[in-house]
Design a protein around this ligand. Structure first.
Ligand SMILES: [Ca+2]
Ligand SMILES: [Ca+2]
Ligand SMILES: [Ca+2]
Ligand SMILES: [Ca+2]
Length: 497
């Protein structure tokens, strides 16, 4: 159910997004990125892209990670990595790729932003084990295309590669929180590059001129840091993955902005560092999509996309381990609760949670989310709001970040909807995703998570027959006993939130 590419919605957002190479500076003003276009792909296609300026960058490679230093000794420290990413302009107009600027220069925000993540899959459980600060694009090499524009634009059809050298340069790695993943907008004035500060209100409000460069960082700072122990746990039952993504202002199609690859890490005692081997394949999606037995994009999607994935491990003897992952792809409003519908009185065991310390852990609380079980749901939430200098630094799920939730129960999965809530205010405080849960409704004959007139229609059509679908009590006939069961459950659903 990967979202197909579509340009249908350009009409809807067209006035703002019909940009031209010559006249418009995309990133200088916040504007909506292509979520509307994606969701419109669920509508019938009614138009053509001919003659319309379309910004669309695809991540064409994600591979060849490398270690760039460590804190602490192997195997009890952590190492800093960078991965290689390549972009491809598959739109119809060149895309701005201006450098943010060197020390002493006025900062420029007209460039894309690149995320780098690492994951571990072990015994069915997928966990994020590292993420880097967001990389600011600074030059396009414009390979394999003609004509080739200057390095300040990624030309139509052109490729640009950031190898592990480029993606580890600390003066181009800034706090993720400074970039709005929805609009692709970054405010340079008062930013980390301007003041050297991260996230806090600066005592010096900044002069929009770069003051902070590469010097002053530890070897691991801002880079994709991963604990040795998280890698060492790797064995025959473990896979490691790297993931890259591009945030591009005005990108009409974000379904092609995420790519991941299975990789292997071995510690080389001669080199005194981890060495990667690409395993492949490279897949054009976030890791969660490949891992999940079932997944769904959250709706409504006006504020960006999150994915909820589920893998159910059948433990035998009627027990199941539910593994949920919630991945905030590009929602600026952050996520601060996750709710799974359950049967009343359900037996629950071994509830768990995992979150990797985020890149800005110096600021954000990393206290575990805790579950609250009610008669109809398990809801995980972070601890009470944690503030610093008047700002809320609670442990929410910020963009490019995946949190993991699990439990064991004796109820098999059924169709359901899980729910998430945004932290920042706005419309649609709650968003939902259609993935299964241990929430069974006997009379949900059509398996859509609710007992309603559709199920009643099926029952009535089979009334007096052997069913079989509407024979709810299994006595080989659909009769008033089954109807009574349906009416008892009528209106019930397995929708959280
Ligand atoms: Ca794109
Ligand atoms: Ca400055
Ligand atoms: Ca139903
Ligand atoms: Ca019956």
């Amino acid at each position: 159910m990967h979202k197909p590419i579509s340009f249908v919605a350009i009409g809807a957002a067209g006035a703002a997004i019909a940009l031209s190479f010559v006249a418009v500076s995309v990133a200088q003003q916040p504007q909506s990125v292509g979520r509307v276009a994606e969701r419109a792909s669920e509508q019938p296609m009614t138009g053509s892209s001919a003659g319309v300026d379309i910004i669309d960058v695809e991540i064409s490679e994600c591979f060849a990670a490398r270690e760039w230093g460590r804190v602490g000794s192997y195997p009890t420290g952590y190492a800093a990595f960078a991965i290689s990413t390549q972009s491809h302009n598959v739109g119809t107009v060149p895309v701005e790729w201006y450098t943010p600027g060197a020390i002493g220069q006025v900062l420029d925000n007209r460039h894309p932003f690149i995320g780098q993540n690492m994951y571990r899959l072990r015994d069915g459980r997928l966990e994020q084990i590292g993420q880097a600060f967001i990389k600011h694009g600074f030059f396009s090499e414009n390979a394999m295309c003609d004509p080739q524009p200057d390095g300040q634009h990624l030309g139509v059809g052109c490729f640009d590669t950031y190898d592990t050298v480029s993606n580890q340069i600390q003066q181009y790695l800034g706090p993720r929180s400074e970039v709005n993943p929805q609009t692709g907008y970054w405010e340079p004035c008062g930013s980390h590059f301007d003041t050297g500060l991260i996230g806090y209100p600066a005592s010096d409000p900044g002069d929009c001129i770069r003051t902070h460069g590469t010097s002053g960082h530890t070897v691991t700072e801002h880079r994709l840091s991963v604990y040795d122990q998280d890698i060492l746990d790797a064995d025959a039952n473990t896979d490691l993955f790297i993931e890259g993504f591009y945030i591009v202002a005005g990108d009409e199609n974000t379904a092609n902005n995420w790519r991941h690859e299975r990789t292997q890490l071995d510690y080389d005692f001669g080199l005194s560092r981890w060495v990667f081997t690409d395993i492949g394949p490279q897949v054009l999606s976030p890791v969660i999509e490949q891992w999940a037995d079932e997944f769904d994009y959250t709706l409504p999607a006006a504020d960006g996309d999150a994915i909820v994935g589920l893998r159910v491990v059948d433990l035998g003897s009627g027990f199941y381990r539910y593994e949920y992952n919630v991945y905030n792809m590009d929602i600026d409003r952050e996520l601060e609760s996750f709710s799974v519908p359950i049967n009343d009185g359900i037996n629950l065991f071994l509830l768990g949670f995992h979150a990797h310390p985020e890149d800005e852990e110096v600021l954000y609380s990393m206290s575990d989310w805790t579950p609250t079980v009610t008669t109809d749901a398990i809801t995980w939430t972070p601890p009470a709001p944690d503030t610093n200098a008047g700002e809320d630094f609670s442990n929410t799920i910020r963009y490019g970040t995946m949190y993991t939730f699990w439990f064991t129960t004796d109820v098999a999965p059924s169709a359901a909807k899980v729910a998430l809530t945004h932290r920042k205010p706005g419309a649609d405080g709650t968003i939902t995703a259609a993935v299964s849960a241990p929430c069974s409704l006997l009379a949900d004959i059509n398996g859509d998570g609710v007992v309603d007139t559709a199920d009643l229609g099926v029952l009535l059509s089979q009334f007096g027959t052997m069913g079989p679908e509407a024979d709810l009590n299994g006595d080989m006939v659909v009769d008033t006993a089954d109807l009574g069961q349906l009416l008892t459950e009528f209106g019930s659903n397995c929708f959280a939130g």
